[in-house]
Design a protein around this ligand. Structure first.
Ligand code: WTA
Length: 636
């Protein structure tokens, strides 16, 4: 287990050290891992053209660091506790040894089916141990995994498969999700009609949903692994070889494939897991995210397993079969660390404290949140009712691009403040800049959050399009990584994340680009144009508000039915998470003379705040605003 910070002065000391001499700092953290060959140089970097390398010349395999490094001491320890969707289905536990054997066996299956180092493999799976096994088996042989959240539509999946030119898809027959069974294999079949790179599909039998198996292409997981060897020698990877691609939304265009590499990602996720959560060997860590998101990658799979932790993997949803499911799982598995999203807390808050009182939550030691700003009410509820005032709340700010937690309290060490992610992790150098890029020094400042020095698990590129990564993250403010988030540093030097300052909406902790949702809406045959904005939503954090201009032919249709049909389109193009909460039909959008949509006004109307619309004189037709206000049922 990695060394860790234990006191506030210890944190301050480590932080100072990490800024004064980052090379020495990360060198000593990295030395705690197993490298087949150690690095020649700790870091080289250039933010102008995004060229960042960590532990240069180092050779390793991340799975050797999870398994071989620890097997001697951890072999019989539980690695994964699998809690199925249906609480009556038996719990499955895999020890480190068993997980190791499954990973090796499956790595051999990948090899036998033609997957080699550097090939891309798409994983579209339920939250079962096999999702982690598939990821780790890829890492074992040096294949690059691209996990796609299984709630995305066939067309989203196809886009991601095509962008990465994936050679294989690993999926299941179906997924259990609450009372529903989702026919996942059918989605893959549909997606693959527009993908030519995929040679094989491996299908896990989970729901017994009838599926079509295409001869020569589709293979059952259980048949493929049967009788297979549990010996597999890990591929030797360079520290900067790609470990995975994970697609995420930005303010423009299609989702981009964020690329993470091996050495730096390993060091940073393991380091932050151990420190932020103060994980100890007997603890049971439960992160409720899906492995389809970066939180699942870093804090269900890699970070915890690199520390020899026991993790709970939960297949279901917080309210099935009842609204006390989360608390029942905590009690059942004596969970010590619960890491979830504010949206889940708010949703469960709505049922009051009675579901909590039915369960013994005394095993809990640390509570974590991630994915979106947490409002103070939810923070207090989490702290007081879930943690009974005994468990520190770690509000962890980070991003798909950062790979690991960047700004967060260290549990029990950093004094917390509701709504604040508090202080940067060692090695992380945040700066706040105004819109002109001037650094706002000192405390009591508010502006754009940037990072001025590289950290080991930062994004290396966007797959297949390096320019895009440079333009998205390093062009807005010269010489800085721009996060896209607004932030405030208060009088104590504590950071409070204010939310996105770009055209990204954060719905229930899921990132969606406004352009992406607009494109989906615009693909409907009766839509001429649309504009999408986020607005405050009690449970989801942000909701999606869509202003839609219809074709004249739409007059003959019932508006309510049309709305339904738009929702169906968005579900088909992206997935149900992107469905607008409000659709308002308009005849015009507020555009400036240069043709730019004035989203500020649309946001105000969506927020139902029309008291201060600001300057509208630059609009091509200012009367549009009145129509929109009227149409929204608000009057000036
Ligand atoms: C937001 C999730 C406030 C933020 C790990 C960021 C947060 C985006 C927090 C990244 C937090 C994440 N407080 N906002 N603790 N954590 N965010 O890539 O806007 O899915 O830019 O990564 O979520 O979302 P992503």
């Amino acid at each position: 287990m990695l060394t860790k910070i234990n006191t506030l002065s210890g944190y301050l000391y480590e932080y100072q050290k990490s800024v004064a001499n980052p090379e020495d700092f990360w060198d000593s953290v990295a030395q705690q891992f197993y490298w087949r060959k150690t690095w020649d140089k700790v870091v080289e970097w250039n933010f102008e053209n995004l060229d960042v390398k960590w532990f240069i010349g180092g050779k390793l395999n991340i799975t050797e660091n999870i398994f071989e490094r620890n097997l001697f001491t951890l072999g019989e320890k539980t690695a994964i506790i699998f809690e199925p969707n249906d609480p009556n289905e038996p719990v499955r536990k895999l020890t480190y040894k068993e997980l190791y054997e499954e990973v090796c066996r499956f790595a051999n299956v990948l090899l036998a089916n033609g997957v080699r180092k550097g090939d891309r493999v798409a994983i579209y799976m339920p939250m079962t141990p096999e999702a982690a096994i598939a990821m780790l088996a890829c890492a074992r042989i040096g294949a690059i995994h691209s996990v796609v959240f299984a709630g995305f539509s066939a067309s989203s999946l196809a886009d991601r498969i095509n962008d990465a030119q994936a050679k294989m898809v690993i999926t299941s027959d179906g997924n259990f999700r609450g009372a529903k069974t989702i026919e996942v294999k059918a989605v893959v079949d549909e997606a693959l009609q527009s993908c030519t790179s995929v040679e094989k599909v491996i299908v896990l039998k989970r729901t017994n949903t009838p599926v079509q198996m295409q001869a020569g292409r589709d293979i059952w997981w259980h048949e493929a692994v049967q009788g297979g060897s549990v010996q597999n020698k890990a591929e030797e990877m360079d520290s900067e070889d790609m470990l995975f691609i994970l697609y995420t939304s930005g303010s423009t265009g299609k989702p981009k494939g964020v690329v993470h590499t091996t050495g730096g990602y390993m060091v940073y996720t393991a380091y932050t897991f151990r420190n932020v959560f103060q994980y100890e060997p007997q603890d049971i860590f439960w992160c409720t995210a899906d492995v389809g998101w970066v939180t699942g990658h870093s804090y269900i799979v890699y970070g915890p397993l690199l520390n020899g932790a026991t993790v709970v993997m939960f297949e279901g949803v917080p309210t099935y079969p009842d609204v006390d499911r989360f608390w029942a799982v905590v009690e059942k598995h004596k969970v010590t660390h619960l890491y979830t999203a504010p949206t889940a807390i708010r949703a469960l808050m709505a049922y009051g404290t009675e579901p909590i009182q039915k369960h013994d939550l005394s095993s809990l030691k640390v509570l974590g949140t991630v994915g979106e700003p947490i409002n103070e009410e939810a923070w207090h509820w989490y702290y007081n009712h879930v943690g009974k005032g005994n468990c520190p709340v770690v509000d962890t700010w980070w991003q798909t691009e950062t790979g690991g937690i960047m700004i967060s309290p260290i549990a029990g060490v950093t004094p917390t403040k509701p709504g604040y992610a508090t202080l940067p992790m060692p090695g992380i150098q945040p700066v706040i800049v105004d819109n002109e890029g001037r650094e706002l020094k000192g405390n009591n400042v508010e502006g754009n959050l940037c990072i001025k020095f590289p950290w080991p698990s930062m994004i290396r590129t966007t797959y297949g399009d390096h320019e895009r990564a440079v333009n998205t993250y390093f062009k807005t403010f010269k010489g800085l990584y721009f996060t896209g988030d607004g932030v405030k540093r208060d009088a104590d030097g504590y950071y409070r994340i204010l939310g996105r300052v770009d055209d990204v909406i954060n719905v229930s902790g899921h990132r969606l680009g406004t352009a992406e949702v607009e494109n989906a809406i615009n693909s409907h045959p009766l839509v001429i144009e649309s504009a999408v904005v986020g607005y405050p939503h009690e449970i989801k954090g942000q909701g999606i508000y869509a202003y839609v201009i219809l074709d004249s032919a739409a007059k003959e249709h019932d508006p309510e039915k049309l709305k339904q049909s738009l929702l169906t389109t968005v579900t088909k193009v992206i997935g149900p998470i992107a469905k607008p909460d409000v659709i308002q039909f308009v005849s015009c959008l507020p555009k400036t003379r240069s043709g730019k949509i004035m989203r500020r006004i649309l946001r105000k109307v969506a927020e139902k705040d029309i008291s201060n619309l600001g300057d509208t004189t630059t609009l091509l037709d200012p009367t549009v605003v009145d129509e929109i206000i009227e149409g929204a049922g608000l009057r000036q």
